[in-house]
Design a protein around this ligand. Structure first.
Ligand SMILES: [Zn+2]
Length: 287
């Protein structure tokens, strides 16, 4: 286990928010940086230790944090629908049209490759990378995709990507700061970074308290507010181009209450998920 300093401001001073046991009965503590307020898990398993928390069943069995068979066609179409909504919110079609082509993309933490597949079917040279062997095997063998198995920070890529995506991935990373630094280098001139992650600080998080649906320990390590993620992006040489929020987790799935809460969350920017489009910052200090 390790107790990292705050990734946003560097302070090594934190206060406990609450403690909660994982499904296996291990206690984890959510902390808040005493200096900037960032919420993160500490102590946390090191990168070498975290693998054992992601068993192969993470993608096939419904737990409070895993998926109800990620590889099933029903799950796939749900996930694809969500990608289309995210893309619409981020103005993807205009961006895509603005690219002369050939268009190159990289999806980091691509899981079974559904997003890679969507872009490939639109004519993109689409690649993915993930650390899950079962996911990479599925994406390669069943979907025939160009997917690397391993850690992004260790990869070397030729040429720049027009689009790099981190869908529900940044909250899992030990070093989001290093990922953003490398992503900036791996983006082509005019390229975009798309990020989706849970959004801390909104009314639905506050309403749920310790039972907020994204407090999945120890898989989720960081819980950013929009301002905190924007600050991290700006520190790493990006500027935010678009933001949208969605989702409430309020009421039973499929119920009228849930539909109304989700509608309000999206309409008024109150969602507990956020999607962001960012580009390399122009101006002093950038290239
Ligand atoms: Zn801090």
């Amino acid at each position: 286990m390790e107790e990292p300093p705050c990734i946003l401001c560097g302070a090594d001073n934190r206060r406990s928010v609450f403690e909660r046991s994982s499904a296996e009965g291990e206690a984890f503590t959510l902390v808040r940086c005493a200096s900037c307020g960032l919420r993160y898990l500490s102590p946390r398993p090191t990168e070498a230790e975290i693998g054992r928390y992601y068993q192969s069943t993470y993608f096939t069995q419904r737990t409070d944090r895993g998926y109800d068979d990620y590889f099933a066609p029903g799950t796939r179409s749900q996930i694809e629908r969500l990608f289309l909504l995210n893309l619409e919110d981020l103005g993807f079609e205009d961006f895509e049209r603005s690219l002369p082509g050939p268009r190159k993309s990289l999806d980091i933490g691509c899981a079974a490759g559904y997003f890679v597949n969507m872009l490939a079917s639109r004519g993109w040279t689409a690649r993915g990378i993930d650390i899950s062997e079962s996911c990479v095997a599925f994406a390669r063998e069943r979907l025939g995709l160009d997917i690397a198995l391993g850690g992004y920070l260790e990869q070397r890529y030729e040429g720049g990507f027009d689009l790099i995506s981190l869908w529900a991935t940044i909250e899992h990373l030990h070093r989001p700061d290093l990922f953003l630094e490398k992503i900036r280098e791996d983006l082509a001139e005019g390229g975009r970074l798309y990020i989706s992650t849970c959004r801390a600080g909104g009314p639905f998080m506050l309403l749920r308290g310790e039972r907020w649906r994204y407090y999945n320990f120890p898989e989720h390590l960081y819980f950013f507010t929009f301002r905190q993620l924007k600050r991290l992006l700006e520190m790493k040489g990006f500027e935010v181009e678009a933001l949208s929020t969605y989702g409430s987790g309020f009421g039973a799935p499929g119920s009228i209450v849930r539909k109304a809460a989700d509608y309000a969350a999206k309409r008024f920017g109150l969602g507990d998920m956020m999607v962001i489009a960012a580009r390399r910052a122009q101006g002093p200090g950038s290239d």
